[in-house]
Design a protein around this ligand. Structure first.
Ligand SMILES: [Zn+2]
Length: 276
C-alpha cells in the first residue's frame, strides 16, 4: 500500500488501525469522530442502513475526499480516509416495497466505484417474528445477487438468525462474506472459519466472554475489528466512535499473545486481501 515507504532495504510501516464496520452517519458530531479517528490512525469503514443513510454516507465520503486532497499531508491521510458500504438493514428492508428495493439496488450499482462492499444486509429475528423470514431471505438474496454482479464482498447482520443466515448464504454459494458482531454458537463460528469467511470483533469484546472466545478459536487470518459505532461501546457507554476500535486490537493481541504492532499488520493485510 502507498503508506509503506521503502527506505534502503527496510520497509517502514506506520500503524493503521481499521474500524471495518461503523455507522458514522448516526453520530451527532461525525466530523469530530472522523478527526478523532485520524488522530489515532484509525481508518473508518461505514455501512449504510437505509435509503437515507446510503445517500448520507456517500455525501460524507465525497466531502471527505475533497478535504483530504486539498490538505498538505495527502498520502498519509488518504489511507486513513473513509470507505463506504451501501446496503439496507434487514428490518429496514421489510418496510420497503419490492419496487423500492429494486430502485435502491440500481442506485448502489450506479455508485459501485465508490464502495468497497454491500452492507449492512442480512437476517434479523430479534425485532421480527419468524413469519417475516421468507421475505427477509428474498431481500437478502437480491443483495447477494447484486454483490455477485458487481463483485463486492457483503457485510452480514445475523442477530438471532445466525444458523438460518449461514445455511442460506451457503445455499446462495457466495464466499466474500464478513459476519459482523456474530453472536451465534461456537459450532457456527467453526462453520464460518471452515467457509473461510471473515469475523469482525466488536469493541464490546473488552467485557464479553463470547467475543473473547471467538478470538481464541478463530485463526487471525479470518479476523477484522469493528466498533459498530455508535453502538457496542467498550465500556457500555453511548455513543461509541471509530477511534475506540483499538480496544478490539488490544484484546486480539492479548489473547493471541502477539504484539499490538503484529496484530495491526496482520489485520491490515486481511483487510487489503479481503477488500481488494
Ligand atoms: Zn452495524
Amino acid at each position: 500500500m502507498d503508506h509503506r515507504k521503502t527506505r534502503g532495504n527496510t520497509t517502514k510501516f506506520f500503524k493503521m488501525f481499521i474500524d471495518a464496520h461503523s455507522h458514522i452517519d448516526l453520530l451527532n458530531d461525525y466530523k469530530k469522530s472522523i478527526s478523532n479517528a485520524k488522530e489515532e490512525n484509525v481508518k473508518i469503514v461505514t455501512c449504510g442502513t437505509d435509503i437515507i443513510s446510503n445517500k448520507k454516507i456517500l455525501k460524507i465520503k465525497d466531502s471527505e475526499q475533497v478535504r483530504v486532497s486539498s490538505s498538505k499531508n495527502v498520502g498519509r491521510k488518504k489511507n486513513l480516509g473513509i470507505e463506504i458500504c451501501l446496503g439496507i438493514y434487514p428490518t429496514e428492508a421489510l418496510k420497503l416495497s419490492d419496487k423500492e428495493i429494486e430502485e435502491e439496488i440500481k442506485f448502489i450499482k450506479k455508485n459501485k466505484e465508490k464502495i468497497i462492499a454491500i452492507g449492512e444486509i442480512g437476517l434479523d429475528l430479534k425485532e421480527n417474528t419468524k413469519e417475516t423470514i421468507e421475505k427477509q431471505k428474498k431481500n437478502l438474496e437480491k443483495f447477494i445477487e447484486l454483490a455477485k454482479e458487481i463483485n463486492k464482498p457483503v457485510i452480514i447482520h445475523s442477530r438471532k438468525a445466525e444458523k438460518e443466515c449461514i445455511e442460506f448464504l451457503e445455499k446462495l454459494n457466495y464466499n466474500k462474506i464478513v459476519m459482523h458482531c456474530f453472536s451465534g454458537k461456537f459450532n457456527l463460528v467453526k462453520k464460518i472459519i471452515e467457509n473461510n469467511w471473515m469475523l469482525t470483533i466488536p469493541t464490546s469484546v473488552k467485557n464479553s466472554e463470547h467475543f473473547q472466545k471467538i478470538i481464541e478459536i478463530t485463526p487471525i487470518k479470518n479476523l477484522l475489528c469493528e466498533t459498530d459505532s455508535p453502538f457496542l461501546h467498550p465500556d457500555k457507554k453511548f455513543p461509541n466512535e471509530p477511534k475506540n476500535v483499538i480496544e478490539s486490537y488490544k484484546k486480539i493481541a492479548e489473547i493471541k499473545n502477539i504484539s499490538l504492532k503484529e496484530t495491526e499488520k496482520s489485520l491490515e493485510q486481511n483487510y487489503t486481501n479481503f477488500f481488494k
